[in-house]
Design a protein around this ligand. Structure first.
Ligand code: FES
Length: 559
């Protein structure tokens, strides 16, 4: 490829006499005459010091920039935003969380599109900023690599952020005192890195690596480590290779690549948020992916990882035994991954996995294929008269696969949490939290505080929770989210009354309100749509633009 082709976008910004003003601006930020002949690589950093997940990403961005510069490019670094669910969960600010995915995607598309970068490296370390980075890069379809910020170390006594959420419930039922709660709060988060279980951040990092958009090994590295810094430098250099070979996100993010991502998410026992984010990422490259694809793939892929929240181990312990590459090799050898998918190395997935050694003997984190934790997917798409367009459940099997109980209806997360902590929710209840969907919240909050409070009160085996909101990757128990259509759109969730009977069956994949069709119809006819909860600002814009959770809750679906 000629040098001009490698600079096909930036050339429009810096070449020719009439581009002198742009060059003058760039000279002020350090460009020399020679730099104008190099491909420009935008480094998108999600750094901020408001959360441990992203507090170190400025350093990672410097190393990615070095990698791009040393490989013959000219790097330019810019920031995008991030928010932290660990801080916002359980209060109204959480309504901005899923919105931030769109803001991040929009901001990366906006900056890279405006400045004329030839290639992009985006570095993310928290739930929403990772899919946001991929979506922003994919929309522009310029050679791109994603870098994961890396996982946090365990806190004292093998704790993490979910330990703190659950300690709140334990305190509410008198199992621990304030001093013990303070001790957990003060020691669970020891420094930089993403939440330490197979929660949404580690799930999405693994999914993105399996998708082919990050370098092999990138998803299972400690946030503070030489391997992470090396990953960043190599990512910077990898973009130049992709430019040379004209490999773009649409060449990598194919339907088969998304199937690989889904397979790895299932094998790892990953977060329900992966369903939402993978649907959205697929939309960014016009790949047709649907809820039913998760069921089709889930029927043949077992859960193999004994990782939190449902299992015992943390991501840092998976890092110690080799990360996800040996798992991917096992899945590939079993015919469960498409080996011919192209990746950001410029090689196929199968080529990347050549020579990967198996896990060490005696490890207990990843089970062999013939002794799975669950023989098929824990991510179950349910349909029925309560969710005609689908709902997503996380069924590990530990909670059983069938639940029939009595509805306890709440119109918001706060109202529900208060009642759980008061002890008003009892064994046998199906907690219903509605008007928390993408439009209705707006923002589709995660119901982590209620699920943690249920666990903390010792009701994990005897209470189910259903919502048109979603769940943190740290939520566990008998939980069903993403109920679609959502209540504010007149979905049947809107007409459930406390005392109704609800049945959830993960074997038949059904979720039903035990009322006859005539009664449901009558109630729906009487239902009136509540007024939009907000009329100004980003939440109002989001509520008007957002698509259903069953379509990834994207804000740019106009076809
Ligand atoms: Fe950022 Fe969990 S809050 S990874």
């Amino acid at each position: 490829m000629t040098e001009d082709k490698r600079r096909r976008v930036s050339s429009e910004v810096v070449d020719g006499t009439n581009k002198a003003p742009g060059r003058a601006m760039l000279r002020a930020v350090g460009f020399t005459d020679e730099d104008f002949r190099k491909p420009q690589v935008g480094i998108a950093s999600t750094w901020s010091n408001l959360t441990p997940c992203n507090m170190h990403i400025d350093k990672l961005a410097e190393h990615a920039a070095q990698g791009a510069d040393n490989a013959g490019g000219k790097s330019l670094t810019f920031n995008t935003i991030t928010v932290s669910d660990g801080i916002s969960n359980g209060y109204k600010g959480m309504k901005y969380s899923l919105v931030s995915r769109e803001v991040i995607a929009d901001s990366i598309e906006t900056v890279a599109g405006c400045e004329g970068f030839d290639g992009i490296v985006a570095i993310g370390g928290c739930d929403k900023n990772m899919p946001g980075c991929i979506m922003g890069m994919a929309r522009l379809n310029r050679p791109s690599v994603f870098v994961y910020g890396g996982t946090i170390q365990p806190g004292k006594n093998h704790t993490d952020i979910i330990s703190v959420f659950e300690a709140v419930g334990e305190h509410a039922r008198g199992k621990i005192d304030v001093k013990q709660l303070h001790e957990v709060e003060s020691t669970a988060i020891p420094g930089p890195g993403s939440c330490g279980g197979m929660y949404t951040a580690n799930t999405m990092a693994s999914a993105i690596e399996a998708l082919g958009m990050s370098l092999p090994g990138s998803s299972a590295q400690d946030a503070v480590s030489d391997t992470k810094l090396e990953d960043c430098r190599q990512a910077g250099a990898a973009v130049l290779n992709l430019l040379e070979r004209d490999i773009k996100p649409t060449d990598i993010m194919t339907r088969e690549a998304f199937e690989n991502a889904i397979t790895v998410v299932i094998a790892l026992g990953g977060s329900t948020n992966a369903v939402l984010h993978l649907l959205a990422m697929a939309h960014a490259v016009d790949v047709k992916l649907e809820l039913d694809d998760f069921m089709r793939i889930g029927a043949k892929v077992p859960v193999l990882a004994d990782l939190r929240p449902s299992g015992r181990f943390m991501m840092s312990e998976l890092v110690e035994i080799g990360g996800i590459l040996p798992l991917m090799k096992t899945l590939l050898d079993a015919g469960l991954l498409h080996g011919d998918c192209l990746t950001v190395t410029g090689k196929t997935l199968a080529e990347n996995l050549e020579g990967i050694a198996p896990y060490p003997e005696g490890q207990e984190i990843i089970m062999p294929l013939d002794r799975p934790i669950k023989k098929n997917s824990h991510l179950v798409v349910l349909r029925g008269n309560l969710a005609p367009d689908g709902a997503v459940a996380k069924i590990t099997g530990k909670e059983g696969t069938h639940f029939t109980g009595t509805a306890r209806v709440f119109e918001s997360e706060e109202e529900c949490l208060e009642k759980i902590l008061e002890g008003a929710v009892q064994a046998g209840d199906v907690v219903v939290i509605r008007y928390e969907g993408p439009k209705g919240g707006p923002g589709m909050r995660e119901m982590l505080s209620p699920t943690s409070a249920i666990m903390g009160r010792g009701l994990g085996d005897s209470v189910a929770l259903i919502t048109d909101g979603r769940f943190s990757g740290g939520s566990h128990g008998f939980v069903v989210g993403h109920v679609s259509p959502e209540a504010i759109d007149g979905g049947p969730l809107a007409i459930v009354e406390s005392g109704d009977r609800i049945t959830i069956d993960a074997e038949t994949c059904r979720i039903d309100l035990e009322l006859d069709d005539a009664e449901i119809r009558q109630r729906l006819e009487k239902w009136t749509r509540p007024k939009p909860p907000v009329n100004r600002g980003v939440l109002a814009k989001y509520a008007r633009m957002v698509a259903s959770a069953s379509e990834g809750a994207v804000t740019d679906r106009f076809d």
